[in-house]
Design a protein around this ligand. Structure first.
Ligand code: AGP
Length: 601
């Protein structure tokens, strides 16, 4: 979950590190730190600066001393509270080696005891601090060799960068189950947890794989695998633009990304057109489908369940990735779909490995080229949403949902479950959903007005039925994670089986309705809530007049075929959560305690 960066070249290293690390803050933002090697009085000095809080706060106070090599880290605390001592980089006893680490060292207690018995003194409560001490223990003038010996002792998931005061010409990096990407320019080398950190400097990347060590020098980057053999993989050109990872005049990344949805949805659709012919036959042969994912991606999967059953006639179950491993069943002929925008979520990756172990065909749906999940799954479909920086997922959710429509209808068409007309209707429906989303984003005043009264709530319920039940879960997650209002998403019919007891005059209910077979039942549920004096906000299609008999709080979305209403509704709900959070003065792009890539289980 932490973000790590490294730079070596002719530029002022700290400038590059601060700039690129800022773009990785979505991975963690409890504390930050930098280590660089500077010349002082004819000798090399290893300078380390670290502090709790956001990068900007410390970056403005750091003196630039012309370092040409350095590493940086932004932290999401796992072991030890976020403070200055626990912030990375961590150093060896003699202060010559600095390490920035992302991941978890499972056997750190054993290693700490062993190293302490040899005289090593530990300053922090982190697991990461064992790495520089281990390297120090094995160091005999050769940093690469010391790193190689150290990693043999480490267990867990880890990507780290190491520099040594006496080797100002190199950064040694290692990857094991945590992402790490190398970038190259003319006479300079970059390392980061994610390409978005480096888009302003290069678009030429090499995704490291587990067990690989890279030595980054100004005149070239060399990579070796676990056996010590040179790795000669093709560098990838990434076509994301630097401005995709900028706020471009918007107050937050999240609102920028919400507004990008007509484009990202188009990109998903256009990308699908080029991918659909190359779908592996195994997808079409699936007798059952299991969708495995977390958080927002799980909600996209829940929506997918209705779509696979409707358009492909394939029984589908959806499981939270963190629970998947506890299920004993092995489903023969089952297709396992792993949805993860980042492609780095540890729970989903663990589920992918478990599914493969059970002999199942795995399909990854992700936004990130070269991500771990894309390398581990049997086949990958890319969302093509463009980089998403805000911790709360927005545009990747609508792309994931589109992918569920596209994949389910294509499989259904190929197996003969739906005919050509219905298949065509799905793509037409998605195109009209994009137009509806454009309209939603074209006038946000009504959403802002509803956000005003909602912003003082302490609790809220989001209700929906059928395909708008997952939309209600997602709307609720958006509200709670960025505004900190406690909220629950429920299938509307389930409310009376318990949660109704919580409704009072200050507990808003947000009901998502569409003009389909669930409509009259939703109206009944709205009536039940209103009768308990709850203020009810109904999110309804334009042209519907019935709802005004139940409430005068109504948010309209453009009328579209109800089968595609979750897309227009979800964007409306993203805006609602955003404006509520903004009115409450919340840290929208970096909500407390969260991180975008959850790389711990
Ligand atoms: C979304 O708003 C959340 N921040 C979170 O639930 C996220 O969807 C979840 O961690 C899964 O991430 P992934 O899609 O990258 O696997």
């Amino acid at each position: 979950m932490c973000g790590i960066v490294g730079y070596l070249g002719d530029r002022e290293a700290l400038e590059v590190l601060v700039d690129s690390l800022r773009r990785l803050e979505y991975r963690g933002y409890d504390s930050a730190g930098f280590a660089s090697i500077v010349r002082s009085g004819g000798a090399n000095d290893l300078e380390v600066r670290k502090a709790p809080g956001y990068i900007d706060a410390m970056a403005s106070e750091m003196e630039r001393k012309g370092a040409r090599i350095g590493i940086g880290h932004t932290r999401w605390a796992t072991h030890g509270v976020p403070n200055q001592v626990n912030a990375h980089p961590h150093c060896s006893c003699d202060g010559t080696i600095a390490v920035a680490h992302n991941g978890i060292i499972d056997n750190h207690t054993t290693l700490k005891d062993e190293l302490a018995s040899k005289g090593h003194e530990f300053r922090s409560q982190t697991d990461s601090e064992v790495i520089p001490h281990l390297i120090e223990e094995y160091y005999d003038g050769d940093l690469e060799e010391a790193v190689a010996r150290a990693v043999e002792r480490l267990e867990g998931s880890f990507a780290f960068l190491a520099i040594h005061r006496d080797h100002p010409d190199r950064i040694v990096c290692y990857r094991e189950k945590s992402p790490l990407v190398l970038g190259k320019g003319a006479g300079e080398g970059f390392i980061a947890s994610d390409v978005t950190a480096l888009l302003s400097y290069t678009n030429s990347f090499l995704y490291m794989e587990d067990g690989e060590t890279a030595v980054v020098k100004a005149d070239g980057i060399s990579v070796r695998n676990r056996d010590g053999d040179h790795v000669d993989r093709t560098w990838k050109l990434v076509d994301w633009r630097p401005e995709d990872a900028e706020k471009s005049g918007f107050k937050h990344f999240m609102i920028k990304e919400i507004h990008e949805q007509p484009r990202s949805m188009h990109q998903t659709l256009a990308g699908w057109m080029s991918d659909e012919d190359a779908l592996p036959p195994r997808l079409v042969r699936a007798r059952t489908i299991k969708i495995v994912s977390c958080g927002t991606s799980y909600h996209a999967g829940l929506l997918g369940k209705y779509l696979f059953e409707r358009y492909a006639g394939i029984p589908t179950t959806v499981e939270m990735a963190s629970e998947y491993r506890y299920a004993d069943r092995t489903e023969e002929d089952s297709l396992v779909i792993l949805i993860s925008q980042s492609g780095e979520t540890a729970d989903t990756i663990a589920a992918a490995r478990e599914a493969k172990r059970r002999g199942m065909f795995t399909l990854a749906v992700t936004n990130v080229l070269g991500s771990t999940i894309s390398r581990e799954a049997d086949h990958t479909l890319y969302l093509r949403s463009g980089p998403e920086i805000g911790v709360a997922a927005s545009k990747t959710f609508t792309s994931q949902v589109m992918m569920m429509y596209l994949l389910s209808s294509t499989i259904g068409h190929r197996t003969g479950h739906i005919g050509r007309d219905e298949f065509r209707k799905v793509k037409d429906g998605l195109r009209s959903a994009i137009r509806a989303v454009e309209k939603v984003l074209g006038d946000t005043e009504a959403v802002k007005a509803q956000a005003e009264w909602l912003s003082s709530a302490h609790h809220a319920f989001f209700l929906g039925r059928y395909i708008n039940f997952p939309a209600a879960l997602e709307a609720s997650l958006k509200m709670k994670e960025i505004s900190y209002i406690h909220s629950e998403g429920y299938p509307a019919g389930e409310l009376k089986h318990g949660p109704l007891a919580l409704l009072q005059k200050d507990t808003p209910v947000i009901a998502l309705i569409s003009d389909d077979h669930t409509y009259s039942k939703m109206l009944g549920n709205i009536g039940e809530c209103a009768a308990r004096s709850s203020p009810v906000l109904v999110v309804a299609p334009e042209g519907d007049s019935e709802v005004s008999r139940y409430t005068d709080r109504i948010l309209r979305y453009p009328w579209i075929d109800p089968m595609f209403s979750p897309l227009a509704i979800s964007v409306t709900m993203q805006l609602l959560a955003y404006y509520v959070a903004d009115l409450r003065g919340c840290s929208i792009d970096k909500p407390r305690n969260l991180a975008k890539s959850v790389t711990v289980e």
